[in-house]
Design a protein. Structure first.
Length: 241
């Protein structure tokens, strides 16, 4: 089956997509919804990797289709549609927004409207909110609510710091930055408390005092993290500069 897909990809002419139809600059990941996912599914379907319904919901079928595409095209296999993966898709596929929206009897448009109906704080995308909620849930579920807001605040403080990537996805997926990414707990389904903690942090509540790091003193073995100037302890975590 994969051989047939490979031959299809190799014979497919390279088509430079209209930039007006290109993806946004957000990393697209499992759990995302909306127009970026519609385009992702459509492009993967164009070259035979995705066989499901184009519904604008990044579920497991889309995830595995994306991983198979990354494998066949020699990309890092992480199931995330970041800049490198999207660039390869743009070069090897064709996508027309109006056609794909109409081919699903309006389902694609309905999904997009649902996604944009959410009250998203200015400057943040639906993907940002979802990804931060995943990180907060993976890192701090079971902590007091203020501790969950604190974890979200550290992510935002890093985005705003010149020492870290300047996007939510860049901060969260920076190698070695978060245990939940390393052990896969980032993909657990976040609860409403995690989502609320993210919104509170985005709206300005930073209980950490502008911390850039945190650690659990009961499990931390890194001499470096213990050397950081400590600000305060919230729940099981110590937050530091």
């Amino acid at each position: 089956m994969m051989l047939a897909v490979t031959l299809l990809c190799a014979s497919q002419p390279l088509i430079h997509a209209d930039k007006a139809q290109a993806f946004s600059n957000q990393v697209i990941q499992r759990g995302a919804v909306g127009e970026d996912v519609i385009e992702l599914q459509s492009r993967l379907k164009y070259i035979g990797f995705y066989t499901g319904k184009i519904d604008g919901v990044f579920g497991w079928r889309t995830y595995w289709a994306l991983r198979n595409f990354q494998y066949e095209f020699g990309l890092p296999i992480d199931g995330l549609a970041g800049s490198t993966t999207k660039a390869k898709l743009l070069k090897s596929t064709k996508y027309t927004k109006s056609n794909n929206a109409s081919s699903n009897n309006g389902n694609a448009n309905n999904t997009s409207k649902k996604a944009t109906a959410v009250n998203i704080p200015k400057g943040f995308s639906q993907n940002d909110i979802q990804l931060m909620a995943n990180a907060v849930h993976g890192e701090s579920r079971g902590e007091p609510y203020i501790g969950q807001v604190a974890v979200a605040s550290v992510i935002l403080n890093r985005v705003n710091s010149a020492s870290f990537p300047n996007t939510v996805s860049g901060v969260i997926f920076e190698p070695g930055a978060f245990t939940a990414v390393a052990d896969g707990q980032i993909w657990l389904t976040p609860n409403e408390t995690s989502k609320k903690a993210v919104i509170d942090a985005i709206n300005g509540w930073d209980p950490t005092g502008e911390a850039l790091y945190y650690f659990n003193p009961a499990t931390a073995t890194s001499a470096w993290i213990w050397s950081r100037p400590q600000i305060k302890r919230i729940g099981k975590h110590i937050f530091c500069k």
